[in-house]
Design a protein around this ligand. Structure first.
Ligand SMILES: C[S@@+](CC[C@H](N)C(=O)[O-])C[C@H]1O[C@@H](n2cnc3c(N)ncnc32)[C@H](O)[C@@H]1O
Length: 224
């Protein structure tokens, strides 16, 4: 995308009522005004809160919001020009139960209060295969600790990925640490049993992987 187009999207994001872009200081140096208040202040209801981490254009957040009008969804990504797509669709199509937060996933425990979140989706994260990149891998032990902090005690995490490495790494880590794997499937479109919401929604990255005939994997788990 050209830089002019990006700038246009950044400017438009600032006018969207469903987009939140706190600075690092607002999140870390003081108590973020929406922390613990997402249901009340953003969605004006008391419904379950679901996050999509690394949401890209926000396909999961938007499609799940349409499918589950009685749940609230927040798509999170550091790239505002990407989630602009989801935010604009939500406004154009009048979908009130989805919002977007521009931040680093490393800071989610500054953006959400303990136990504020019911469920998390991680959709096609970069596998960060190189050893030096392990700390950026979104299912490493450190990230799981952060997720656990914001999740309700019974909260569930969903991981959908094309990366066999990420799938195997995450399963190994979950088993090794005694977390509860509720469901795992290494080829969701070929092997029966995947939940409907796993096979009925395709993200931007996913559609590219599907064109290359790559198997798409899925894990649903609880952090102990
Ligand atoms: C491979 S893309 C997948 C996007 C989308 N979920 C999809 O399937 O089309 C990974 C996304 O995660 C975001 N991301 C990666 N690391 C992040 C981090 N630490 N904090 C916030 N966003 C991050 C990137 O900006 C990118 O949009």
């Amino acid at each position: 995308m050209g830089s002019k187009n990006k700038l246009k999207r950044f400017r438009e994001n600032e006018t969207f009522s469903n987009v939140f872009q706190p600075t690092r200081e607002e999140l870390v140096d003081s108590e973020f005004k929406l922390k613990g208040q997402w249901r009340k202040d953003v969605f004006k209801n008391n419904n379950p809160l679901v996050l999509e981490l690394g949401c890209g254009k926000g396909e999961y957040s938007v499609a799940l919001a349409q499918k589950y009008p009685d749940k609230n969804f927040v798509g999170i990504d550091i790239k505002g020009a990407r989630f602009w797509r989801g935010a604009k669709t939500a406004i154009e199509e009048n979908i009130p139960n989805v919002a977007f937060l521009r931040t680093q996933i490393e800071l989610i425990d500054h953006a959400f209060a303990e136990g504020e979140v019911d469920e998390i989706w991680i959709t096609f994260p970069d596998p960060q295969i190189k050893y030096k990149r392990t700390k950026h891998r979104m299912t490493n032990a450190e990230f799981l600790e952060r997720y656990k902090k914001v999740l309700k005690p019974d909260g569930v995490v969903n991981l959908k990925t094309d990366s066999e490495f990420m799938h195997g790494y995450t399963l190994g880590l979950l088993h090794g640490a005694g977390h509860e794997v509720l469901y795992a499937n290494h080829n969701v479109y070929k092997q029966e049993g995947s939940p409907e919401e796993v096979t009925s929604i395709q993200t931007f990255y996913e559609s590219q992987y599907l064109e290359q005939n790559k198997p798409i994997t899925y894990i649903r788990f609880k952090i102990k």
